[in-house]
Ligand binder design. Structure first.
Ligand SMILES: Cc1cc2nc3c(=O)[nH]c(=O)nc-3n(C[C@H](O)[C@H](O)[C@H](O)COP(=O)(O)OP(=O)(O)OC[C@H]3O[C@@H](n4cnc5c(N)ncnc54)[C@H](O)[C@@H]3O)c2cc1C
Length: 356
């Protein structure tokens, strides 16, 4: 009998990262997905609205765990972001074509929570921040900002990066099947797969009917103005403004909204105006590269696959030797945590009864 293969449902940043890590361990892997990486310029934004990886910024912004309480999930996610940081650093050095750029990340906070207030240079070094520097008050853009700092971080052009991952996967012998599935279990029965499938990885973003899953709508705007750093401002009212350079001719992302359970698929012109004005007042240099104006290329509406209680990272043994591993619900952090999630999936697979 031929050796069993693993089916990965999903060709977003999570499915692709997981599939590549499995290949590194010599597994035969097939990716089954409805959506695959495509140039955003040619994609129908309504048809692909649920494919979050297509519409991400995407930058890495560390979310520091608090030092005064024991929050295992926050600590786990932070550890995953560090794993991802190192892997991105390595990929960027060895593969300039991967769509990754390292740069300065700037953060301004109007109402910093305890996890930020404790962020001294010593604490930042403990948490793995590189090239961290706290800003003086005279470096803040205005009086509403109460804290500011910078560190070394990375951004990706999402579809350049995901296409790079997909090409690597196929060049190493991975197979792809474009299919919409009704349930995870359907992946055990895909006729194109000659080898029996014993393991299915559910990297479907939103899951299959998970009552804890919900969407967080994000509206952003792509401009032609250029920018050499990523800047994020958390406002006191809970809203955000950020700029993310995409590079690789991808323009610059100005964002953005975070709207739980908002299903509107069309971009709002008023929101676009507000996003551009707010960013320009926080970060005026963005206007200089456009001769004093913003040059809008397109609006983006995407749905972050969010989940009450955080991502689902869990092994489900079906009792007949078959296994489903769930890795979905990454919300707004799929790129940031991707390689950490891939490692965690590998650990789940090598533990317990259904050891691979
Ligand atoms: C506006 C916006 C900005 C963002 N900015 C950032 C950022 O700066 N940094 C960051 O880290 N993250 C960011 N994110 C979040 C990030 O995009 C997501 O966390 C990430 O893309 C999730 O990846 P995923 O692979 O889990 O899901 P997805 O990218 O949604 O991929 C899911 C895959 O599963 C497939 N699939 C789903 N259901 C089925 C089915 N029934 N049958 C077959 N295939 C199926 C899909 O076709 C797709 O291939 C942002 C998101 C948005 C919308």
């Amino acid at each position: 009998m031929s050796s069993p293969s693993i089916a990965v449902i999903g060709a977003g940043v999570i499915g692709l990262s997981v599939a590549l890590r499995l290949q590194e361990k010599d597994h035969h892997v097939t990716i089954i997905a409805k959506d695959f990486p495509s140039p955003s310029e040619t994609v129908d934004p309504r048809a692909a609205i649920n494919y979050a990886s297509q519409w991400a910024g995407a930058h890495n912004r560390f979310c520091p765990p608090r030092d005064d309480i024991d929050d295992a999930l926050a600590a786990r996610d932070h550890a995953m972001s560090l794993v991802t940081f190192d892997r991105m650093d390595d990929l960027a050095r060895r593969h300039p074509e991967a769509g990754i750029t390292f740069m300065k990340g700037v953060e301004y906070l109007e109402d910093p929570g305890p996890e930020y207030r404790s962020l001294s240079p010593v604490r930042a070094a403990e948490l793995g921040y590189r090239e961290f520097r706290l800003y003086r008050r005279d470096e803040f853009p205005d009086d509403r900002v109460k804290m500011g700092f910078e560190y070394r971080t990375w951004c990706v052009n999402p579809m350049v990066y995901c296409s790079f991952l997909l090409r690597r996967f196929v060049r190493r012998g991975g197979r792809v099947v474009r299919r919409e599935l009704l349930r995870e279990r359907e992946a055990f029965t895909i006729p194109e797969l000659a080898n029996p499938v014993r393991v299915v990885l559910n990297c479907s973003g939103h899951g299959f009917g998970d009552p804890n899953s919900f969407i967080t709508r994000g509206q952003t705007c792509v401009v032609a103005n250029e920018c050499s750093e990523t800047v994020t401002r958390q406002k006191a009212d809970g809203s955000w403004t950020f700029v993310i350079p995409r590079n690789f001719d991808g323009g610059t992302i100005i964002g953005g909204t975070k709207e739980p359970d908002n299903w509107h698929s069309e971009p709002s012109p008023d929101v676009r105006t507000r996003l551009l004005d707010t960013l320009a007042s926080t970060y005026p240099p963005i206007l200089q590269t456009g001769g004093g104006k913003m040059h809008v290329l397109s609006d983006i509406v995407g749905r972050r696959p969010t989940r009450k209680g955080g991502m689902r990272l869990e092994k489900e043994e079906l009792g007949d030797g078959r296994l489903i591993v769930h890795a979905y619900g990454l919300g707004g952090r799929g790129y940031e945590l991707s390689w950490g999630v891939a490692d965690a999936v590998l650990e789940l697979l090598s533990s317990g009864r259904a050891r691979l």
